[in-house]
Design a protein around this ligand. Structure first.
Ligand SMILES: [Zn+2]
Length: 607
């Protein structure tokens, strides 16, 4: 299919709006898409017809797995091949709808530590939708009630909330939606390995007459298929009212020949806005859930109405379930419904290796406390905010929580609190056993699902959990768990969005800290003390496969902390993923690589 000239112009306009500044003009609401149109669009060069490139067909992206043509013979050919691959990339992105999560910390100087520390934070979660050519997203944070949500967000994040647009960070996944050789100058820098992938490094700068909204910075290109795997820089602007953030954008090899955006780090240290504010922040953007088969057209996710296996088993018996059995089966059905729904949305990781590690800790607790409850499982929520909750007999803990917990005993503390809810038979609301209650648009998940407990259940669970911990192998190591809670308490006023739970229990409930009695017996929290690690930075423990949503524990050697400023509890840091090629990836991280076309048609959940 050849793009008509009209369509080409349209795409170009959309490209410019994609690369729009972070701030809407004063008085405009950032969540209104029409506000993202830049003034500069008409000045952009109009591409002539011969620039129209063949639109890659949907199925063509898998052709990337075929052995490519001979290696590029010159730098000139490298540029041509790279641009060609980038057009394939844009075509792929139009069909994919990954989740996009941005977590940002505004910074302020800390005189005592002589370093910048978080002053406030911002959280966005949405689904990227480029199907219309322009980027859009469905924002999980503002379900339906835009204005009300805004008020809340402004209260939480202060007026700086207005400075950031979710799409501003999502756009950093795209170098240039209409990457054309005639707009840019390319300079070879060197060859370099990123992880095990050999790359050609080049500097890319827009030509003088290219107009605004183009990428300027450095690009890393893998040297087999010439896909861009990393780019680091910003977008050009000619307007004082518009500005762009600096970013470092990474892609991962998720299918043969297919590299897709996964991690973006952004920071500014003294950017002055047109309103006179000074921006000083750092942020992490993560993309995942590429293979969820999300379709924009089906607003309601398809739900399997199959009864869970256990219920079927019972029906095969010669008699009806007893009232107690029936009640349990009913509760189990609610649990299965919710787990299934959360996984389909892309919020819950599929069952995997980390679940087993968590399970071991839970088993330790159950064995030493003579608890005999069948079918207690652990699962991981894909998101950053620190939260945990139970769904029937399933304990759910967030990826962000796993990242920041300093050791096994503090992990045991979190899991045991949830186990206590199960032991005390704190029920999941069985209204969720009715399948129709799972019929809602994904972006309303936070609104429709709420597993937080009331105060009395929280207190009861704390008490029971303490009892169990004191009767466990962790009983002499609870000092760090208490210290972790002290660190949470100390940073909570600045990190409201990190501490705020979206689905389950927060570590802080009003003024009350979970398991607060553990704090009394723990050492004094001292951010300056080098050997006191109360909480870890975000992103250090769990590695996400953005295609399958499978999680893996990161096996990095502990690094000796040289200064208190390197402790960075709960903080955002840059990304340096070890890039690997898909074919070279070990079997376990990429189970059953079916032919991609078939895979796309099958269920993502593996259930
Ligand atoms: Zn709880």
């Amino acid at each position: 299919m050849t793009r008509s000239p009209v369509a080409t112009v349209l795409v170009l306009c959309l490209c410019a709006s994609f690369a729009l500044a972070q701030t809407p003009p004063p008085g405009q609401q950032p969540d209104q898409p029409q506000d993202r149109r830049p003034e500069s669009t008409p000045d952009q060069p109009q591409p002539s017809k011969q620039d129209a490139r063949p639109e890659p067909q949907p199925s063509a992206r898998d052709a990337a797995s075929q052995p490519g043509p001979a290696p590029a013979a010159s730098f000139d050919q490298v540029i041509d091949r790279t641009i060609e691959r980038e057009h394939f990339f844009i075509a792929q992105m139009k069909q994919l709808h990954p989740l996009v999560e941005t977590y940002l910390q505004n910074l302020k100087p800390d005189k005592e530590l002589d370093v910048n520390v978080p002053a406030s934070d911002v959280y966005f979660l949405g689904r990227l939708d480029m199907s219309s050519g322009a980027p859009g997203d469905l924002n999980f944070n503002s379900p339906g009630s835009g204005k009300f949500h805004r008020r809340i967000m402004e209260k939480i994040a202060g007026k700086l909330f207005n400075m950031y647009l979710p799409l501003g960070f999502a756009q950093m996944a795209i170098l240039d939606q209409n990457f054309q050789r005639k707009f840019y100058d390319f300079t070879f820098v060197r060859r370099e390995f990123l992880g095990e992938v050999r790359c050609i490094v080049m500097d890319v700068a827009p030509k003088k007459d290219a107009g605004p909204g183009h990428f300027i910075g450095r690009v890393w290109i893998e040297d087999q298929d010439y896909n861009i795997v990393r780019f680091n820089g910003t977008y050009t602007t000619h307007s004082r009212n518009n500005y762009y953030f600096h970013f470092d954008s990474w892609r991962q090899n998720m299918r043969p020949g297919v590299w897709l955006p996964s991690l973006i780090y952004s920071e500014e240290s003294d950017l002055k806005t047109s309103l006179g504010q000074k921006l000083d922040y750092k942020s992490q953007t993560r993309l995942w859930g590429y293979n969820l088969n999300y379709t924009r057209n089906s607003e309601f996710t398809e739900i399997t109405i199959d009864a869970p296996q256990e219920v079927q088993d019972q029906s095969q018996k010669s008699q009806d379930a007893s009232p107690v059995e029936a009640q349990r089966a009913w509760e189990h059905q609610a649990e299965i419904n919710v787990l299934d729904r959360l996984q389909r949305v892309g919020l819950l990781a599929p069952e995997g290796e980390i679940d087993k590690v968590l399970q071991t800790v839970v088993n330790n607790m159950m064995v030493t406390n003579n608890i005999d409850i069948p079918e207690v499982h652990c699962r991981v929520l894909m998101t950053t905010p620190l939260e945990s909750f139970t769904l029937g007999h399933t304990i759910v803990i967030s990826r962000g929580m796993l990242d920041v917990l300093p050791d096994e005993s503090s992990l045991a503390m979190i899991l045991t609190h949830e186990l206590a809810h199960i032991v005390l038979r704190h029920h999941l609301n069985t209204k969720l056993a009715f399948n129709d209650r799972m019929f809602f648009p994904d972006e309303r998940t936070f609104e429709r699902m709420d597993f937080a407990r009331d105060k009395s259940e929280e207190e009861a669970a704390d008490k029971k959990a303490l009892e169990m911990l004191n009767n466990s192998p962790y009983k002499d190591k609870l000092g760090t768990a208490g210290l972790f809670l002290k660190a949470v308490q100390a940073r909570a006023p600045q990190l409201k969005n990190l501490i705020r739970a979206h689905l389950g229990d927060s570590l802080l409930n009003g003024d009350a800290t979970r398991m607060s009695s553990l704090m009394t017996s723990s050492p004094q929290f001292d951010p300056r003390k080098l050997d006191q690690i109360a909480a870890l930075p975000l992103g250090g423990r769990v590695k996400v496969d953005p295609w399958t949503d499978q999680l893996e524990l990161v096996k990095t050697k502990p690094v000796a902390i040289l200064a208190a400023t390197e402790k960075m509890p709960f903080e955002v840091t840059p990304f340096f993923p070890f890039l690997t090629r898909f074919a070279a990836a070990p079997e376990k991280t990429a189970p059953a690589p079916d032919p991609p076309a078939e895979k796309a048609a099958s269920s993502p959940s593996g259930r």
